[in-house]
Write a protein of this length. Structure first.
Length: 277
């Protein structure tokens, strides 16, 4: 109490000045219509700015929840895409939705850890065995392929992305073009290399690269990237093709794990055929 009294005595002139200023402003605002209007307008502007900042802050807080909601919604929509089904009919004369059966299902997942600057990069996602994720499942993002599931725990999984020395996937130039093999040389997280496209095939910068029907891990015609440059290889009859990846690994937050519902049946059949040989 003694310190407060000493403070008031020391700054009594300044405190008196502030009180007089506030009183003057109140009197002017209450007695002059012009000043009152100006004060109200200024208050409205300040209030609007304060509420804008507040709303932006609240939206930012809920951004992760909104992104998760959108990822779940996109997974539902992807499950309804035509390339998520296979045709079980015996004839192709008429198209009837009742003869299409589910071939792929998509499990939305959040990226919780990622590396992009190593030769062998990894991604960790927050879905595992309990959510239906298994090893060797493909992983795609909103803009294209991401990688393949390597290891799985109950609620998490590690993914070998395109940016990995051991990653390889079949890919086509155009939706129905020639098949090649996509891999990564470790130089840039934005580019990969496509091998196995013969020199006699006409290609151009800007051509899109898609997954082919040959891979069991990804649906057909999932975007991989676009051709940015190509040169004939002097040692063989194929092009050296550089592909700008459609997935931006620096900013990816949500992915979709691709569950091929007939993978086991197909693998068992192929394994049986190999054993017979």
């Amino acid at each position: 109490m003694r310190n407060i009294f000493s403070l008031l005595v020391r700054y009594h002139a300044f405190i008196l000045f502030i009180l007089l200023e506030v009183s003057s402003i109140v009197l002017i605002v209450n007695n002059k219509s012009y000043h009152r209007a100006a004060f109200i307008n200024s208050s409205n502007v300040i209030s609007a700015k304060v509420f804008t900042v507040y709303n932006n802050f609240i939206e930012y807080i809920h951004l992760s929840q909104e992104n998760k909601r959108l990822a779940d919604e996109n997974a539902v929509l992807r499950n309804q895409l035509k390339n998520s089904f296979y045709d079980a009919s015996f004839q192709q004369i008429t198209v009837n939705d009742s003869v299409y059966k589910q071939l792929y299902k998509y499990i939305p997942a959040k990226v919780v850890n990622i590396s992009i600057n190593k030769l062998n990069n990894y991604i960790t996602i927050d879905k595992g065995k309990n959510q239906g994720v298994d090893v060797k499942m493909g992983v795609i993002g909103p803009n294209g392929i991401v990688g393949i599931v390597k290891d799985v725990s109950d609620n998490y999984a590690s993914v070998i992305p395109v940016l990995h020395n051991d990653f390889k996937v079949s890919a086509r130039v155009g939706a129905g073009g020639n098949l090649g093999s996509l891999s990564w040389d470790g130089s840039s997280p934005e580019f990969a290399q496509l091998d196995g496209i013969p020199k006699q095939i006409k290609i151009a910068v800007g051509d899109k690269i898609y997954t082919g029907s040959e891979t069991k891990k990804f649906p057909e015609n999932i975007l991989v990237g676009i051709i940015t440059s190509f040169t004939p290889n002097t040692n063989d009859n194929f092009y050296d093709i550089e592909v700008h990846l459609s997935t931006d690994f620096r900013s990816i937050s949500y992915v979709y794990v691709v569950n091929n519902l007939m993978k086991n049946e197909l693998e068992n059949l192929e394994q049986h055929s190999q054993n017979d040989n």
